[in-house]
Design a binder for this molecule. Structure first.
Ligand code: IMP
Ligand code: MG
Length: 175
């Protein structure tokens, strides 16, 4: 018999709400007087993105990008492909990437390289979750919501085979 995957709660809805507010306050302070472009990395960041922008005290514009990784995840050379490009130009703009989780760092390093070519005035990263245990490439994350253990996490927009995105909390999958 096939067992259903269970989700063990790691970070409650209340803790997420509080931390998202804190991150938004920090970003609002750092970008005071500016009008940054926030780039949500689809799909995993969409819930975080929506909550974050509603707590900001500065004007922002929003854009979205989607990337997919191919090849075995154990390989450092995991290939990454752009699935959906941006709509707006980034030239001369302050750009803040909004990511769900940084694991090996391959996706973000690809994104940083890609977005740097678009000549933004500044480029920074805000990630809801940081899973440092499996990092392969060193990445400077400017804003981090929570550090998580080396588990497969889901919820609050983050999926496991497209499941669990709608959970209001963050947990890990146990099957
Ligand atoms: P990285 O390129 O290894 O840093 O992985 C980045 C992407 O892989 C994240 O943006 C997620 O979309 C996905 N990912 C990494 N770890 C997890 C996890 O624990 N749960 C769900 N998705 C994950
Ligand atoms: Mg992602």
């Amino acid at each position: 018999m096939k067992k259903e995957a269970r989700v063990i709660k790691l970070i409650s809805e209340k803790r997420i709400k509080k931390r998202v507010k804190e991150l938004a306050e920090e970003i609002s302070r750092d970008y005071k007087g500016k009008n940054p472009v926030l780039i949500g990395v689809l799909k995993g960041s969409f819930v975080f993105f929506a909550d974050l922008i509603r707590n900001l005290k500065i004007p922002v514009t929003c854009d979205f990008i989607s990337i997919a990784s191919y090849g075995k995840e154990t390989k450092t050379s995991g290939k990454i492909k752009l699935e959906k490009d941006l709509r707006e130009s980034l030239s001369g703009k302050d750009v803040l990437i909004i990511e769900d989780i940084v694991d090996t760092g391959l996706s973000l390093s690809y994104l940083l390289k890609y977005l740097t070519k678009k000549r933004p005035k500044s480029l920074a990263i805000c990630a809801l979750l940081d899973k440092p245990a499996r990092r392969k490439l060193k990445i400077k994350i400017d804003y981090i919501g929570f550090k998580v253990p080396n588990k497969f996490v889901v919820g609050y927009g983050i999926d496991y085979n497209e499941k669990f995105r709608s959970l209001p909390y963050i947990g890990y999958v146990k099957d």
